[in-house]
Write a protein that binds this ligand. Structure first.
Ligand SMILES: [Zn+2]
Length: 458
């Protein structure tokens, strides 16, 4: 194997994860040793229970995995995986992963100074998993730095079952990931492809994290998160973002390398994705809820953090409510989002429902409104790492007040647009349509609720 750069990674990671994240399973774990070079990862996998067939992770799809060599028996390529014969308990399998090919899947890709690949692209695993997780040790060649989303424990990463099947992203590049501790949160920010813009993009992520803290009880919602930024040549705006939670909170942000400072300052995408980190994964997927909360709170967070002024926030919420109109119910549009792609309606319809819920909770006397209930939800779901149903999320947000049921029944399951309810509330909130911005009237009867939401008063 080439020269190693173990120390740097372990020191960086120890700073990031700290010693308290230890979480060991009592059953044997798959053990991976991964050595990452600029072009190739060499992997050694120990199989405590043996295996008859190895398959790639769902996201990585196995592209780029080659030279699969067991310490005993043999391996034959078979329908995207590898059929093993004579590979018993405790056997070792070595293989190589072409980073460029692995990065060709999903949203990964090769950029000027590195690659971004789905985290499971490096992990062949038994088709029938006898183990409940894995330990992964990563080393790298000199000058090559690796950022992984997984939970750190001592000198290696600990992966639960979910992380073997899906998860966030691995960044491999010539620039070490930046570690930032804000409050109790350790943020690892890996920027690839940005050249001289890297520092500015790190700041962009930090500013988004600070904005999210304004709607999360004053602190970033989780103890740790990894953010991978891919700077794309020839683009001048934030392009796409995605958040993954399996194996650890991991956010991927694709942004044009030539995005100017003003556009970054105005951006909603980074706070939207970073907000997702603090809400548990909802299965079955319920976009009106997950995306509605993120859309609503990304807007509120930007106003609270001073990125947009308050008249603009309220204009945005007012204009967004108009996007909630449409055929059938919001719930139906949400359930068919994958087929009909009615994103504006589902995202802003959900955001409008979130606003209605926030107002109703505050009117019912819930101090801190919806952000306070989200904090309670996070506590009840292990730092938002649990997978939960929409019903459980709604019950937690309701907190026994009984205000959510009628709102969801009418504006999500029913065919009434939440815009109708908000149109009736804007005058009382002191939000008046004034073209590109809203005009705000602090003498309106519900103006204190509005000011509590946008952060002007507690
Ligand atoms: Zn989203």
């Amino acid at each position: 194997m080439p020269e190693r750069n173990t120390c740097a990674i372990f020191v960086l990671a120890a700073l990031f994860f700290g010693p308290s994240d230890t979480c060991r399973a009592s059953v044997p774990l798959l053990r991976y040793r991964v050595h990452v070079g600029a072009e190739l990862a060499e992997v050694e996998l120990v199989l405590p229970s043996g295996a008859r067939r190895l398959v790639p992770g769902d996201d990585g799809a196995g592209l780029g995995i080659h030279a699969v060599t067991p310490s005993q028996g043999r391996a034959v390529p078979d329908d995207g995986g590898f059929l093993l014969s004579g590979v018993g308990r405790g056997a070792t399998v070595r293989y190589r992963v072409s980073l460029e090919r692995a990065a060709a899947t999903s949203f990964g890709g090769r950029l000027d100074d590195g690659v971004i690949l789905p985290a499971d692209a490096l992990l062949l695993r038994p088709a029938r998993l006898a183990e409940d997780g894995a330990e992964v040790t990563i080393t790298s060649a000199a000058g090559v730095f690796v950022s992984a989303p997984w939970l750190r424990s001592g000198d290696h990463f600990v992966l639960d079952h979910d992380a073997l099947v899906e998860g966030g992203w691995i960044a491999v590049g010539g620039r070490p990931p930046v570690l930032r501790t804000t409050g109790k949160t350790r943020l690892e920010i890996a920027v690839v492809g940005a050249g001289a813009r890297a520092e500015r993009l790190v700041r962009w992520v930090e500013e988004a994290a600070r904005a999210v803290a304004t709607v999360s009880g004053g602190a970033f919602p989780t103890a740790r998160a990894q953010v991978v930024v891919a700077a794309l040549p020839g683009q001048k705006r934030p392009v796409f973002g995605e958040c993954q939670r399996a194996g650890g909170p991991s956010v991927l942000l694709l942004v044009g390398r030539d995005t100017d400072d003003a556009t970054l300052a105005e951006d909603w995408m980074a706070p939207h994705e970073l907000f997702h980190v603090g809400v548990p994964r909802i299965y079955p997927r319920t976009p009106w809820l997950a995306e509605g909360l993120a859309t609503y709170f990304a807007a509120v967070a930007r106003a609270r953090a001073g990125k947009i002024d308050r008249p603009r926030l309220w204009h945005m919420l007012m204009a967004g409510a108009k996007d909630a109109d449409g055929d059938g119910s919001l719930g139906e549009a949400s359930a068919t989002l994958g087929r009909h792609h009615d994103y504006d309606r589902v995202y802003w319809g959900g955001a409008s429902v979130a606003l209605l819920i926030d107002l109703a909770l505050r009117r019912a006397g819930v101090h801190g409104g919806l952000p306070a209930r989200l904090t309670a939800l996070r506590r009840a779901t292990h730092d938002a790492m649990d997978v939960v149903t929409a019903e459980r999320v709604l019950a937690a947000l309701d907190g026994g007040t009984g205000v959510l049921g009628p709102i969801v029944a009418r504006y999500v399951a029913g065919r009434v647009s939440p815009r109708v309810a908000l149109d009736a509330l804007w005058p009382a909130l002191g939000v008046l349509d004034d073209g590109e911005r809203a005009r705000l009237d602090d003498r309106a009867p519900l103006a204190p609720l509005r000011r509590a939401i946008d952060g002007q008063q507690p």
